[in-house]
Design a protein around this ligand. Structure first.
Ligand SMILES: [Ca+2]
Length: 160
């Protein structure tokens, strides 16, 4: 590789360099997306379903007469939206609040969304953390309070 590179004239090196830059510029979003997916490994609805079948807490709530508001696929989708709203520089606080209150109408919904989010890494060098940690580290107490207040009003036991 090194030999091949030094065998090129400076004009050829320039052209190859420009082609590489052009390639990166065109496919940058896809490359980033590939690594993001690789890092946080989004769940699919079937994986979530399997995980929930063995969840004792969920079973307890179901016995108490609480039932889910949406399908597994919806929570997988909502978890992706949450991740996109918090991930990277800046955070869409209002977006997070909307998702956390619209898709969570009871404690079972919270468990489904929490499980769908799973443990995610913000960057290659950071450790993965759950939905609670993500929200607490990305949003101020004000926004966390708004979400928790909504849960309190709904008579839920769960809090961020
Ligand atoms: Ca952020």
């Amino acid at each position: 590789m090194k030999k091949w590179w030094s065998g090129l004239s400076s004009r050829e090196q320039l052209i190859v360099g420009l082609l590489i830059i052009l390639f990166l510029a065109i496919f940058w979003r896809k490359i980033v997306r590939f690594f993001q997916d690789y890092i946080h490994k989004p769940k699919n609805a079937d994986e979530l379903k399997k995980e929930l079948e063995e969840n004792n807490e969920l079973i307890q709530y179901q016995k108490a007469g609480v039932s889910r508001s949406f399908s597994e696929q919806t929570y997988v989708h909502a978890a992706e939206k949450l991740f996109n709203a918090m991930h990277g520089a800046g955070t869409d606080e209002e977006g997070v609040l909307k998702i956390m209150t619209f898709y969570v109408k009871n404690d079972i919904d919270f468990i489904l969304l929490y499980k769908a989010f799973g443990y995610r890494q913000g960057a290659l060098w950071s450790s993965s953390s759950d939905l609670r940690s993500w929200i607490k580290s990305d949003l101020s107490d004000y926004w966390v309070g708004m979400i928790n207040n909504d849960y309190k009003i709904k008579g839920m036991l769960k809090r961020i």
